[in-house]
Ligand binder design. Structure first.
Ligand SMILES: Cc1cc2nc3c(=O)[nH]c(=O)nc-3n(C[C@H](O)[C@H](O)[C@H](O)COP(=O)(O)O)c2cc1C
Length: 243
């Protein structure tokens, strides 16, 4: 394992609890697990209807990956929350550990078919467990194709609602799962005092420079729109990226 400092004797374990009926969520869970392993941690993938409290106790991170059913997590995932996470909540098993989510859904229209609602539903449970939530920064590679703010998601049908085989899911979106896995592992390692291999890429200097000039443009726009309120534009100047 590529680590420094901290307790490096026991591996950083990332528990990935998955419910997949048609194979898509299982497929993206594999990519997620590859990202975890790529960062130097140990992925442990367990089906939602087989996950136990012992699985939780031995993990540094709990990741819930669910198919989107009726704009929410599947009933098996909810049962995992009700029956297993409930115990963890009662005994504070997961306080201070890392929590994260991902989904796969058939989707319809541009709103993701309820993937966001499903992810937020799972995240609220992880938050209630006292976990440190790792969401999906927009700088995560692949997030523009396979992600929302909370975690990676992918469409499993075409725009004509024809099913896409799990092996044919959009590779550019799959990238987000890999890097989210790496990021979760890295944060879980940090909380153990370890530094794992880098997962996410920082934005390039060009991207940062572009943002800085966009911020300046925003301040100029605010100044033009509110000439009698210079303090309003000053806020933008003060918060603009410096490099
Ligand atoms: C009972 C049921 C409800 C579903 N509801 C939704 C939904 O609300 N939104 C959505 O995007 N897809 C929905 N789907 C489609 C699934 O998300 C899609 O088939 C996805 O590929 C399932 O993931 P899996 O292959 O891991 O089972 C539903 C599928 C089933 C079987």
């Amino acid at each position: 394992m590529n680590t420094s400092a901290g307790d490096s004797h026991t591996p950083v374990r990332v528990l990935i609890v998955v419910d997949s009926w048609q194979g898509h969520t299982a497929r993206v869970a594999e990519r997620f697990a590859e990202g975890v392993a790529g960062a130097g941690a140990t992925p442990v993938t367990v089906a939602a209807d087989a996950a136990t409290r012992a699985n939780l106790l031995s993990a540094d991170a709990l990741v819930m990956g669910s198919a989107v059913h009726q704009r929410g997590m599947t009933w098996k995932m909810k049962r995992f929350v009700d029956e297993v996470c409930e115990l963890a909540w009662f005994y504070d098993d997961l306080v201070g550990k890392v929590g994260a989510v991902f989904t796969a859904g058939g989707g319809a229209g541009s709103a993701g078919g309820g993937a966001e609602a499903a992810q937020l539903g799972m995240l609220t449970n992880l938050a209630a467990l006292g976990m440190v939530l790792v969401t999906l920064p927009k700088d995560t590679p692949g997030s523009e194709h396979g992600g929302i703010h909370w975690g990676p998601t992918i469409r499993t049908t075409t725009s004509a609602m024809e099913p896409i085989a799990p092996g044919d899911l959009a590779p550019e979106a799959m990238v987000a799962y890999f890097h989210h896995g790496a990021n979760v592992a890295r944060v879980a390692g940090r909380l153990r005092g370890l530094t794992l291999a880098a997962g996410n890429q920082l934005p390039t200097p060009e991207v940062r420079a572009g943002r800085a000039s966009a911020e300046r443009g925003t301040a100029a726009n605010v100044r033009a729109r509110h000439p009698a309120d210079p303090a309003r534009a000053q806020i933008h100047d003060d918060t603009a990226l410096k490099d």
